[in-house]
Design a protein. Structure first.
Length: 85
């Protein structure tokens, strides 16, 4: 699946899970990333929403930077997630 299609699938699955978020594709340092972020400045994802977003990314085979597996227990920015193909 190419970068654009994967971003579209992630966006659809996040919407279907009930999480209000924006999703966009990025080219970062030669790598392909998908960014998921809050719809308004100053709002944070709840713990439940963070778990849903991470599980969707894991199910689709995405990773953190440098192919590090996504860890549910690792603290991340509650307003922004970056996943890599």
């Amino acid at each position: 699946m190419n970068h654009k299609d994967m971003t579209s699938v992630i966006r659809s699955e996040i919407k279907a899970s009930g999480v209000k978020a924006r999703c966009r594709m990025l080219n970062v340092c030669g790598g392909k990333a998908i960014q998921v972020y809050t719809i308004k400045h100053g709002i944070e994802f709840t713990d439940d929403e963070q778990q849903k977003i991470k599980s969707i990314a894991i199910d689709r085979g995405l990773t953190c930077v440098r192919r590090i597996p996504i860890d549910f227990d690792r603290n991340t920015d509650p307003r922004l997630f970056e996943f890599y193909l």
